[in-house]
Design a protein. Sequence first.
Length: 123
Amino acid sequence: MYEELIARITRAVDASEKWAENGWAVSFGPRGEVVSNLKSAEALGRTISFRREAVNYWKQVRLTGQDAAASGRKALRALEAGDEPAALDALYFCRYIEAPFALQAKTWGPLYDGLAAKTACCC
């Protein structure tokens, strides 16, 4: 019954866990140099003035992605149990967790919004 939604959530969980690895363009330092993921941030020379800022940013992305993925797994378990309201709550929390990076990550907001709209139309 929820096969398509389960597949979408599973992809979102996988994407969240790889946010820091796959990354996106973020500018750091006085020259606005782009550092696109955690690996690139950690590869910056120790004397680069913004290295610590870039590494901290991407580590926060990694932690946030892991938290969102954990809540996504809760949504999966809820759907497998047939508990759509609990799944919607878990997806809402994913969206909340993603908020600081939502413009870049675009993972949970669209998923939650789509499900919430579908649920609102059917009640």
